[in-house]
Design a protein around this ligand. Structure first.
Ligand SMILES: NC(=O)C1=CN([C@@H]2O[C@H](COP(=O)(O)OP(=O)(O)OC[C@H]3O[C@@H](n4cnc5c(N)ncnc54)[C@H](O)[C@@H]3O)[C@@H](O)[C@H]2O)C=CC1
Ligand SMILES: O=C(CO)COP(=O)(O)O
Length: 331
């Protein structure tokens, strides 16, 4: 048997990694997934279900799970699907491999303000890098429902090759050369989804939610352009597409977190003992720091930070947003 035994491997056995494994098993004979929790490994291998993170979805027996990260070097391509704050440590612990890394986390690293692609380039300078992002609730993708994503690579040849490796009749990637833009859309929309959840939880109405999506998108554009993203990427699947999805459904963990805040619960109680990740809670403070350093105004993101830290009430942040000086609608 050749050294490369798996065309695609997945690092991260949460809901999204498991859903991606299900997609890959539609087109590849063998899929290897690394999960940090032994219970997830056991469940995938023996029950063909990830009962920890994606309960209720039957998985193909072509999917093999392992808790041994070193085994992932047997994969020709690697989807990296740990939460953003754990990508650095996970990639540092991965033994040497030349496999392209397809980054799937949506967030900004807390201490460094680095995008996940910057973290990957720093940690694994020898590996080709791609970003996969878009409107993709894991349970829908795992069920084979039609889904479209952005696959961003600086090199189009690599992008075309990776698209061939991951596209299925129901999972359709579109290539982009804008790696930064694809990442910023996914990271920022998580924070804005918390804000939309707050609007829902506080009963502020659908007009307010639509206004928040539109003005939140303006914040995403301002910040993205300041970090070198392209406007067209932010208006695409990985930006506006994912913003609309996540801001309009209780299936979103970020939206649900915001809903609890809007109902008056504290972020400590909402995040305590949480097994699943609401990335926006970690991205919000670092996003605001980064925006401030770039002199980019993000009043909605600032409001989310105040609610997460408990430094302001919902009534106070809404009053403050509405009392901002009247201005042009342009970005
Ligand atoms: N669930 C979804 O529908 C989607 C999620 N994403 C993104 O995928 C990323 C992973 O999210 P999910 O799979 O949903 O996670 P999840 O919420 O289902 O599970 C939590 C994950 O965090 C991992 N984890 C916890 N502590 C860790 C550590 N110290 N080191 C490494 N891993 C650790 C767990 O092993 C588990 O895989 C996030 O960035 C999320 O925004 C992207 C698209 C869709
Ligand atoms: O990124 C997602 C959908 O595209 C999942 O959103 P949540 O992490 O808020 O559940």
């Amino acid at each position: 048997m050749s050294q490369m035994q798996y065309p695609v491997g997945i690092i991260g056995g949460g809901a999204w990694g498991t859903a991606l494994a299900a997609v890959m098993a539609q087109i590849h004979d063998r899929v290897l997934i690394w999960a940090r929790e032994e219970a997830a490994v056991h469940s995938i291998n023996n029950l063909h279900e990830n009962s920890l993170f994606l309960p209720g979805t039957s998985l193909s027996s072509k999917i093999e799970a392992t808790a041994d990260l070193a085994r992932m070097i047997a994969c020709e391509n690697l989807l990296i699907v740990t939460p953003a704050q754990h990508v650095r440590a996970t990639l540092a612990a991965l033994p040497d491999t030349q496999a392209p890394l397809i980054l799937c986390a949506k967030g900004i690293e807390a201490d460094t303000q680095m995008l996940v692609s910057d973290v990957a380039v720093t940690t694994r300078p020898g590996n080709p890098i791609a970003v996969l992002s878009g409107p993709t609730f894991a349970h829908e993708v795992a069920a084979g429902k039609p889904t479209a994503v952005t696959l961003a690579t600086a090199d189009q040849t690599l992008g075309s090759e990776l698209m061939r490796r991951i596209a299925t009749p129901s999972f359709r990637p579109y290539w982009s050369d804008d790696v930064v833009g694809a990442e910023i859309g996914g990271a920022v929309k998580n924070v804005l989804a918390i804000a939309c959840g707050v609007v829902d939880g506080a009963g502020l109405g659908l007009n307010a939610r639509a206004a928040l999506i539109a003005r939140g998108f303006a914040e995403m554009q301002r910040y993205g352009l300041a970090r070198g993203a392209k406007a067209e990427t932010l208006a695409g699947l990985s930006g506006l597409g994912d913003l609309v999805l996540t801001c309009s459904s209780e299936n979103s963990r970020n939206f649900s977190l915001g809903r609890g805040l809007g109902q008056g619960q504290s972020s400590e109680s909402l995040l305590a003992d949480r097994k699943t990740v609401a990335e926006g809670a970690y991205t919000a403070p670092v996003l605001l720091q980064s925006a401030t350093a770039l002199d980019v105004e993000m009043p909605i993101v600032s409001a989310v930070c105040a609610l997460l830290s408990g430094s302001a009430t919902v009534d106070a942040v809404v009053a403050e947003l509405l009392a901002r000086p009247l201005k042009s609608e342009s970005w």
